[in-house]
Ligand binder design. Structure first.
Ligand code: AMP
Ligand code: GLY
Length: 415
């Protein structure tokens, strides 16, 4: 088979790495990819949002399967366009991707189908929103309705902060169209985890649980980022909590989407919080999580493309998982998620038996040296019997990056 992966980050490199293991896959292309993926796939210089060009490329190159990583092309209807062209693309249609693309849709959908989540109200009028905040008090959570690259959520600890957040969205237009409508919801307290599943219609096949670390610095301090590391599975999570989440959240959601005439195919991502009154949904995503994928897929034993074939035919892929744990820590450019220098040479590193490297923002020079060109540069991961061993292996590998002034990483992932 010839397979095309759409996207350019660490998540997409992890998908590529999994495809490399498959003996059914002859050629792997990634559009646009990044320089660090060159060893594993052919990078094609087409942006993830250039849907017509991607369709044309897939036709010309006899692509058998296209796997879509990021949410923006899904929301823009990439899967629909591939289907119209008679091509197979794994991911939800535009109608189904709305479960991630509109928080207002996701919240009202959950209400309709009795899926546990925080109480909420949606506003387009700033004065009404402010009155609601004053009435309910803080802590309270303000969310831009549309896609905001993970930046549209404010957990406000005071009424003033909450008001500032709604004003930035509804009056100052800081999130463009994504912030013309805001969801204001109850603050939930508890440990968070991610549970993703392969979904096709009403069929749901859960992956291992994972937890990501969104804050830039150790002990969850500093600004929110795209993710500074992750581990899987979550050791302190009871099987009963996972079962409840599968039955009352993921399966109900899959069924609800079918009932509403927008059946979901692809990866359904549940961002869950384990509250004292049970697991509740923080968000749904319509795709693999980043960086959770970088620690979940290395634990998958199955042939990835076979799983996709099976799921899309309505057949149980019988997922098998390696024993043990994976952790992954992100190396970021100093300054990220704010301003950072680009084109910085990376220290010398070589993947080994203990640890793997997933590229997110790297470029390879002709002489084989690497340069950092992104905020999140790469992720170093390891699969070991215990989470402590995995942590040790990752941090042994990361030593060369400790000695530079150009990069930083969290030292507490999986600790
Ligand atoms: P999101 O971008 O929707 O994943 O939200 C970012 C982060 O905000 C989540 O990982 C949570 O830590 C936090 N968050 C979102 N919604 C709530 C909520 N209702 N209660 C408490 N924390 C929340
Ligand atoms: N790790 C959070 C996300 O992928 O949205």
């Amino acid at each position: 088979m010839n397979v095309l992966v759409v996207g350019s980050g660490g998540r997409e490199h992890s998908i590529v790495k999994k495809l490399v293991e498959s003996n059914q896959v002859a050629n792997i292309y990634v559009a646009p990819g990044n320089g660090g993926m060159n060893a594993d796939a052919t990078c094609v210089p087409i942006n993830e949002t250039e849907i017509d060009d991607l369709v044309a490329f897939a036709k010309e190159s006899a692509i058998d399967w296209t796997i879509v990583g990021p949410e923006v092309p899904l929301m823009n209807g990439i899967v629909d366009a591939f289907q119209i062209a008679g091509l197979k693309a794994f991911g939800p249609t535009k109608e189904a991707a709305i479960i991630e693309g509109s928080k207002d849709f996701a919240k009202s959908f959950m209400k309709r189908h009795h899926i546990p989540t925080a109480n909420y109200e949606t506003f387009t009028d700033c004065d009404k929103a402010k009155a609601y905040i004053k009435e309910n008090g803080a802590p309270i959570v303000i969310k831009a309705d549309g896609l905001a690259a993970g930046k549209g959520v404010f957990v406000a600890t005071t009424v003033e902060q909450a008001i500032e957040a709604v004003e930035s969205m509804l009056l100052d237009n800081q999130f463009g169209g994504a912030g013309n409508r805001v969801v204001i919801e109850e603050f939930l307290d508890g440990e968070e985890f991610t549970l993703m599943a392969f979904v096709n219609g009403e069929n749901v096949y859960p992956l291992l649980s994972a937890r990501d670390h969104k804050r830039a610095f150790d002990n969850d301090k500093g600004p929110n980022t795209g993710g500074m590391g992750a581990f899987a599975p979550v050791p302190d999570l009871d099987q009963s909590v996972i079962r409840y989440t599968v039955e009352h959240i993921l399966e109900k959601a899959a069924k609800g989407m079918v009932l509403e005439g927008r059946p979901f195919t692809g990866i359904l991502y549940g961002g869950i919080i384990e509250t004292s009154s049970g697991p509740k949904v923080i968000e749904f995503n319509a795709r693999f999580g980043d960086p959770e994928t970088q620690v979940v897929l290395p634990l998958l034993e199955n042939d990835f493309i076979q799983v996709i074939e099976d799921v899309s035919k309505g057949k149980d892929p019988k997922l098998n998982w390696k024993e043990g744990y994976a952790i992954g820590a992100v190396v970021a450019s100093k300054g990220y998620p704010g301003k950072y220098a680009k084109q910085v040479p990376l220290p010398y590193f070589v993947e080994n038996d203990e640890s793997y490297v997933v590229h997110a923002g790297t470029k390879v020079e002709n002489n084989g040296t690497y340069q950092a060109i992104g905020g999140r540069v790469l992720l170093v991961g390891s699969v070991q019997q215990t989470i402590e061993q995995a942590h040790q292996a990752v941090y042994n590998f990361l030593r060369p990056f400790e000695q530079t002034n150009d990069f930083f990483f969290r030292s507490d992932i999986g600790k």
